[in-house]
Every structure is written in C-alpha cells, then in structure tokens.
Design a protein around this ligand. Sequence first.
Ligand code: ADP
Ligand code: MG
Length: 321
Amino acid sequence: MALCEFELIQRYFTSFQQGSAVVTGIGDDCAELSLSPGHTLCTSIDTMVEGVHFPKKVDVSGLGWRVLAAAVSDLGACGAKPLGFCLALTLPEANEAWLADFARGLADASNAFGIPLVGGDTTKGPLCLSVQVFGETPAGKALLRSAANSGDDIWVTGTLGDARAALDCLEKNSVSVHEQHFLTQYYRAEPPLKFAAELIGIARAAIDISDGLAADLGHILHASKLGAEVDLSRLPVSGALAQSYPREQVHHYALTGGDDYQLCFTADSNARSALRKLAAQFDIRLTPIGGITGGRELVLQCDGKAVDLDVYKNKGYQHFQ
Ligand code: ADP
Ligand code: MG
C-alpha cells in the first residue's frame, strides 16, 4: 500500500541526529532553535529542480548529500556555525527505494556537517528539493561579500573544476579514466564549514563558489566596488582535471564551472601565516590566486600574459538567461 505523507516523514526523516541547539525538532508546527548569547541567526535556502540542477538519471543518495552540501555551503560563506535545516520535498510518488537512498545520503551529510534536520514539508508534484539552513555568527561579525579591501590577497579552498568535469561524465560528453574521482567530487562535495567559521576576524570578504569562480568572485567585486587580478596558472586544480583536458579547458572549468562549493575569500596580507596555520589545522588545501585592486574589473593573466575574460564566455550559470 502506498505510504501516506505522515508515515513517509516518520519512516525516513525522524531518525536524524539532533543537535544541542534544537529545543523542538520535527513533529510540531515550528522547530525551535536556541542561539548562543551575542549571536545572530544566519539563514539561506537552496532549491534543486530535476532536469535543471541534476539530471534525471541521478545517484539518489548522492543527490541527498549534495542538496544539503549546497545549502550549508552558504553558511560557510558567512562563517556561520550550523544549527539546523528544514527540507521541503516535492515528489511525484512515494517510491520507497528512492526515499531510502535519498534519506541515507541526506543523513550522511547531516552527520558530516553536524547539522540536524529539524522540520520540513512534503508534497506531491514534479521532483523538487528545497533545503533551508540555519546557523549563527557572533553579532556583527558575519563574513560578507562587501568587505574586501584594495590590496587584499584572494584565497581559494580545495580544487576547482571537478564538478564541471563530472557533468561531462554524466552527459557522456567525454570519457575519462578519472570519472569516479569527478563523480565523487560532484556527489560528495565538502564545503569547508569548520575552517570557514574560524575565518571570522581573519578574513574580510567571502563567498562560496557555487556558480563558478569568475561569477562568484565577481559578486565580491561588485559588492565591494573593487577589482581583482587573478593568475590562471595559480588556480588550484586536481591532478585528475589536469590530466583529462587541454590546459585552456582546465582553466575554463576552474574559472567558470559551478557546483564545487569551495570558498573564495579575501584577507589582508598580514594574515598569511595565520591562514596557512588554520588551513593545516583543518587539513584544507588553501591557495592564493591573486589580489584585490582599486579598479572595477576582474583582470586575468596566465604565465605573465594578459588573458581576456571574454574568452571564457560562460561566466557562470544563470537562470532566465
Ligand atoms: P504543518 O501542517 O503544521 O505545516 P506538516 O504536517 O506539514 O505540518 O508536518 C508535520 C511535521 O513534520 C512538522 O514538524 C514538519 O516540520 C515535519 N516535516 C514535514 N515534512 C518533512 C520533511 N520532508 N522532512 C522533515 N520534516 C518534515
Ligand atoms: Mg502547522
């Protein structure tokens, strides 16, 4: 017999880990979360639509992980510590095999990122997932896009472009011996949340790289009314990416590929040694890729030669384009 809405919630979404901030979790009209003294609430919501944000033939437990990874990535971008999340799930049918896989991936991510599921909504319709996350930062200290200064270093965590290469694998545009590596990066993205929370007081502006470095760094530049110089030869890429594509395409993917959920932030050059120490402590690959300038443009160079950004026509994913 088909599951009803309440059985579905009970069976798949009530046994997640809970957290110390959760006063009231799933089962009442609202979830109740407590904030640490002197902290403000940070919240963000992300939606994934079948056929737009993920292909129809998707790894379902990977989808469960990724929808939460994408949402907590925004908490990291503000330096927020996670408190809880809500899931709005629209499903064409209550397929139990699908639900079990999805809930497993989601629970794995919930444990890995230390963020409990505290509520949600379940409806019937075309497959669509929304995750709203809640976190906290010390009042007035959240890392914002508008806080860059001229002369700041620009840093990037992890590697860029692997999730873009995964799309080639999923769409079978190309075959690479590194397919498994790319798919793991795509389905099991790990935004550096703990590291990001420690950047408060050290970094200035920050953003997570969801739409591609050029587009997301562009948001920092726009909000801070500044420019930047970035050296393409310094962009951090995996050995797998470097071995799978010609160099110009590697740069293209690292610069414009979305879905990596790494962090791009700016900091005073005095912060270099503190940042390197922090990165070592959290086992984070951290790469300086350039600097903030007084201009209003993103200026690219590679091996000392100027590169026109227009060469990389797709500057990041945009809806309604
Ligand atoms: P209401 O009608 O008051 O909005 P619901 O009947 O939709 O409440 O949900 C009952 C409880 O189950 C609520 O606590 C809600 O947050 C939770 N819930 C509903 N759907 C989900 C879901 N997909 N994941 C987690 N919690 C859910
Ligand atoms: Mg209600």
